[in-house]
Design a protein around this ligand. Structure first.
Ligand SMILES: Cc1cc2nc3c(=O)[nH]c(=O)nc-3n(C[C@H](O)[C@H](O)[C@H](O)COP(=O)(O)OP(=O)(O)OC[C@H]3O[C@@H](n4cnc5c(N)ncnc54)[C@H](O)[C@@H]3O)c2cc1C
Length: 264
């Protein structure tokens, strides 16, 4: 079986690492943030210092495709998320389906539209605690990957990636290096510095900003479960995140090129 280094121990890095380890590979995850995983989801929300994930205190929707892949490849993850306080969102339930849609009869495939939502620290905590118990998987926190290590090339002009060098200078050799360093990943630069042609990278600033506020208490009778409102450049989502808590998330898109926030 292969030795694999995953750079980045966020949700994608840890889920990929668990899947690879379950296939029998020996996997090492390098996570730049040094904080250890807290004892429970409440402490994860209150105290877990994760500067490497800028949106760490935002709500998170584990959309259906991801949830279905996890159900197949990482059985038990969805149950663990629910135990930790995440909740189901069903956009077809009696509260959420718009009154203008009168045919509410269930159809095959409806279940696949359900997804799990919650506060992101709870997701990160659940994935991290599940990964910590995975055989063949080692997670090194506070270890930042700095650049690729190259070995002897077997095809002229094509560099051979043989591992990564950490910020302390240690070389970790691997048959495969996985980039899970998030949207600010330096991997494209690493690849060109190693002598390969630049990967094709598409990147666009969509000018969104988010405001989030969490509320807790009894759910008002007249407010449905999941509400999405769009007015001009402003979109607002109201949905449950745990038991009696709800979140209101407002996002606003800045109109491109004219340097002002769009109206109304
Ligand atoms: C405001 C906001 C809201 C979002 N809401 C949703 C949502 O509801 N649902 C959804 O599916 N997606 C959402 N996204 C997108 C989603 O957050 C990202 O797609 C997701 O975080 C990607 O996870 P990731 O593990 O790839 O990266 P990240 O979560 O960014 O994790 C990257 C990890 O790599 C580590 N790292 C970085 N560089 C190094 C290095 N050199 N060495 C070692 N470690 C390193 C970081 O510390 C971090 O832990 C949202 C994004 C934003 C900005």
């Amino acid at each position: 079986m292969s030795r694999i280094v995953v750079c980045g121990g966020g949700m994608i890095g840890l889920c990929a690492a668990m899947m690879l380890a379950r296939d029998g590979h020996n996997v090492v995850v390098l996570e730049g943030d040094p904080s250890e995983v807290p004892a429970n989801p409440t402490t994860a929300w209150d105290k877990w210092d994760r500067p490497g994930v800028a949106q760490f205190h935002q709500p998170h929707n584990l959309f259906t495709r991801f949830r279905m892949i996890c159900d197949a490849e990482l059985p038990g993850l969805t149950d663990r998320l629910l135990e930790a306080g995440c909740v189901w969102v069903d956009i077809l339930d009696e509260y959420s389906i718009p009154p203008t849609i009168t045919d509410k009869a269930p159809r095959p495939g409806d279940a696949s539209l359900r997804f799990v939502t919650g506060r992101r620290p709870v997701f990160e905590w659940t994935v991290a605690t599940m990964a910590a118990g995975q055989p063949h998987l080692t997670i090194l926190r506070g270890v930042r990957a700095r650049e690729l290590v190259t070995g002897r090339s077997s095809i002229a002009g094509v560099p051979h990636v043989a591992g990564v060098r950490t910020s302390s200078g240690e070389e970790i050799h691997a048959d495969l290096v996985v980039d899970a360093m998030g949207r600010r990943s330096p991997a494209c630069r690493w690849v060109t510095e190693a002598g390969a042609r630049a990967p094709i990278e598409e990147c666009e600033d969509s000018n969104f900003i988010y405001y989030t506020r969490y509320f807790s208490g009894r759910r008002p009778r007249r407010v449905g479960r999941t509400v999405a409102i769009r007015a001009g450049s402003v979109a607002q989502g109201h949905y449950p995140v745990a038991g009696r808590s709800r979140v209101i998330r407002t996002s606003r898109q800045r109109l491109e090129g004219i340097g002002r926030w769009g109206g109304p």
